[in-house]
Design a protein around this ligand. Sequence first.
Ligand code: NAD
Length: 252
Amino acid sequence: MKLANNHIFVTGGSNGIGRAIVRDCAEAGAKVSFVDIDVVSGEKFAEELRDAGHSVIFAEADVADFGALSKAYESFVAQFGDVTGVVNNAGVNAYADPVTMTDEEWDAFFAIDMKAIWLTAKLALPGMRKAHKGAIVIIGSIHGRLTSPNFFPYGAAKSAVIGLTRSLGVDEGKHNIRTNVVAPGYVLTSLTQGWLDSEPGRMEKSLAVQPMGRMGQPQEIAKVVSFLLSDDASFVNGSDWAVDGGLSARSA
Ligand SMILES: NC(=O)c1ccc[n+]([C@@H]2O[C@H](COP(=O)([O-])OP(=O)(O)OC[C@H]3O[C@@H](n4cnc5c(N)ncnc54)[C@H](O)[C@@H]3O)[C@@H](O)[C@H]2O)c1
């Protein structure tokens, strides 16, 4: 029960990696609140976890909408007390051409994959500073350090969150607030499945380059996240953890 007495707030917890994080934190003893735009899955999942005896609450919020995000956040704090750990997981892929991408498309994408992370920190930091304790985990990507063709501007956003993590780590360390990135490689979720399905043979090609001969499972990311949220990681701050089966260690 390494997260007992914690209130962990997760974005994008209805599906995929976020869902595994919500479950793992709840099973580690935390009270867990999460937001998502997928309300049907979010409500059903929260109910399933409550039926299993966990303290879990869900609210609909688009992380790009600060009004909705703040409202959900405040209601969670009213129910579970100040947030002790935040997991910024909500994210979308972005494939674009730098010439044809519009301002609106850029802003809409960065609002989710980048700006929302700062907005969530803006909400959580006052309570964490007051408590002189806190942990923020940002789900980045191997695309923060290396990328593949046609992933503009995903690589830009996932690199930017590493910079944000360094700054928060340096600035908030004195308040005993630790900020870290977890950077998954290929993890089998609907996000990856959509990309794998978009070109014949992509699955075989993607598997062929995996040093461990397989892709990751969401719970393999969640275990690293819950470690970083816990006191077991009390001196881990401002860092970027690759959880990619060795993919980013490989030369082309
Ligand atoms: N799956 C991978 O291989 C992989 C690899 C590297 C990084 N990541 C990152 O992991 C995170 C989760 O990805 P996933 O694969 O689990 O994706 P997913 O699509 O399976 O799940 C993402 C969840 O976030 C929610 N979401 C999307 N936009 C939202 C918004 N604006 N507001 C609130 N919720 C929103 C979705 O409804 C969904 O429930 C993302 O940040 C992604 O970039 C994933």
